[in-house]
Design a protein around this ligand. Structure first.
Ligand code: B4P
Length: 192
């Protein structure tokens, strides 16, 4: 199996690039952001709990997110591999993911970290907020809170994967197609 983590701050292009990578490499996409938004839309107990955190720009508690990932992995027993988008976001999530993949005798192949400057992140998310209806993209203070949450809790996860020699940094600025072609260069080294 080939299991990829798309890593980076909010607005760095994870969701955008995951969609393009799936089409090319036939992997199963797991986005915790999408899964959480689905729960919120369906007003499930999990969604109602998550909404409070998301609307404030905070991470949803680990146990909630890890449970969702476990279910999604179990629902795809025939997958050739997964693209994890927006997960893991804490060291505890990273360790749990290793344990879940270990049960399938597999592990993370590579972590692709998209690097984008803060002002570019804010500008992308604000412009998505004008059309997407996403409550966490509308207010600049919430956007900056999400970036701060990333710096404090998520950025340290990069060191966890760097220690395992799995982290590759990719410049995330430029057009969507330019970033995609940089990601494909890395993906092609795996599938070569
Ligand atoms: P996510 O859904 O993961 O949201 P995101 O990080 O903001 O989005 P993403 O990074 O995928 O968007 P993209 O850059 O593609 O999380 C939302 C919330 O859910 C979190 O704040 C948290 O509360 C919760 N959550 C999710 N996962 C969690 C976890 N594991 N643990 C705890 N809580 C969790 O797109 C942004 C915009 O940029 C788009 O409009 C796009 O078109 C544009 N764009 C992309 N690439 C571009 C480029 N190269 N040039 C110009 N614009 C570009």
């Amino acid at each position: 199996m080939v299991n990829i983590v798309l890593f980076g701050p909010p607005g760095s292009g994870k969701g955008t690039q995951a969609d393009k990578l799936l089409a090319k490499y036939q992997l199963v996409h797991i986005s915790t952001g999408d899964l959480l938004r689905e729960e919120v839309e369906n007003e499930t107990p999990l969604g109602l709990e998550a909404k409070d955190f998301m609307d404030k720009g905070l991470l949803v508690p680990d146990e909630v997110v890890i449970g969702m990932i476990k279910t999604k992995i179990e629902k795809n027993p025939e997958a050739n591999g997964f693209i994890f988008d927006g997960f893991p976001r804490t060291k505890e999530q990273a360790e749990s993911l290793d344990n879940l993949l270990d049960l399938k005798s597999t592990g993370i192949t590579k972590v692709l970290q998209l690097e984008v400057g803060e002002e570019e992140l804010v500008s992308r998310l604000k412009s998505r907020g004008e059309s997407s209806g996403r409550s966490d993209d509308k207010d600049e203070n919430i956007i900056r809170q999400r970036i701060e949450e990333y710096e404090n809790k998520t950025a340290p996860v990069a060191a966890y994967y760097a220690d395992q020699d799995k982290l590759v940094k990719i410049p995330g600025e430029g057009t969507i197609d330019e970033v995609f072609s940089r990601l494909c260069q890395e993906m092609d080294t795996i599938f070569a």
